[in-house]
Design a protein around this ligand. Structure first.
Ligand SMILES: [Zn+2]
Length: 307
């Protein structure tokens, strides 16, 4: 484990939000803190880089990747801004599905991904060759990309500020940066607290709000232009998983229980389950529709240009 200063403002003054927050996939608990100076929320202390892999169970970790209809509203500004196509970098590209969307639109696609299985998937499924390295270990020419995206990856990084500074140089002067991260000021976080699915310590090392992600972009040479709360598939998924994590006895028992056990028949829980489910899913449906209106989305997408 390593103790760190705030990655955004370097302060070491922090307040504890959760002394021991966990996630249903493993037993370990982590301290989640908020910087008293700038408000950035992060896991502290955190596992050293060499220890983090055990929290990414290969077959279960999915890269927040969805079908084209979910991408389209979020990434349309790239296609519209550069109609003749161009070059795009996806940092933490997962299985390459998002890059494939751009490839099909005539773009030259580039990405990196530290999970080897996903690099293999991207190659096998889409013929996309991803760099299997951290962003701080790869390089591109200056002013190379029309667009750079972080689709649910910045929160996983050990050095988000340094990474943003690095990619800034690779973006063309008129290029577009799009960052999607979980929102620590979402309705879901307010409702579920440490059972909020997107907390996921220590896979999510940093939890941003519209304010802290904007500050981080400004500090690294970007000008935030717009924050969106309507990445709808994230809103629905995060709320749904949070509800399960909070109330499902199976989730509370951890991974083995979720995958292998069924609750005993005729238990009070089993009898009330259909009602719970109807009420739960109805609430989620309504909350997910409300979040963009209230600007409290489970995930926020921020568009930025170079300053
Ligand atoms: Zn700070």
């Amino acid at each position: 484990m390593e103790k760190v200063k705030c990655n955004l403002c370097q302060s070491d003054e922090e307040e504890v939000i959760f002394p021991a927050a966990g996630y249903w996939e493993y037993d370990e608990k982590f301290r989640v803190v908020r910087c008293r100076q700038c408000g950035l929320v992060f896991v502290n202390p955190r596992p050293a880089k060499e220890e983090i892999n055990k929290f990414y169970p290969e077959e279960r970790y999915w890269a927040g990747e969805f079908c084209e209809k979910d991408y389209r509203p979020i990434y349309r500004p790239i296609l519209e801004g550069f109609p003749g196509s161009g070059k795009i970098l996806d940092v933490g590209a997962g299985t390459g599905a998002l890059l494939n969307f751009f490839k099909e639109n005539g773009w030259q696609v580039f990405g990196n991904e530290v999970a080897k299985e996903m690099v293999d998937d991207a190659s096998k499924n889409f013929g996309i060759k991803l760099e299997g390295k951290d962003t701080l270990e790869i390089s591109f020419p200056d002013s190379f990309f029309e667009a750079i995206v972080f689709n649910n990856s910045l929160e996983h990084l050990y050095q988000p500020r340094e990474t943003l500074m690095r990619v800034r140089g690779w973006l063309k002067p008129n290029g577009l940066l799009i960052v999607t991260v979980p929102n620590i000021e979402s309705l879901g976080f307010k409702i579920f607290g440490q059972y909020w699915n997107s907390l996921q310590p220590p896979k999510h090392l940093y939890l941003f709000s519209p304010k802290t992600i904007s500050k981080m972009l400004e500090k690294t040479g970007f000008k935030p232009m717009e924050v969106r709360h309507d990445y709808s598939v994230h809103n629905t998924y995060s709320l749904e998983q949070s509800l399960r994590f909070r109330f499902s006895p199976k989730f509370k028992e951890g991974v083995g229980a979720v995958l292998n056990k069924k609750p005993a028949k005729h238990s009070p829980y089993q009898l009330a389950l259909p009602l719970f489910k109807i009420f739960g899913y109805l609430s989620i449906f309504i909350l997910a529709k409300l979040e963009p209106i209230l600007k409290k989305g489970e995930a926020i997408t921020i568009y930025a240009s170079k300053t």
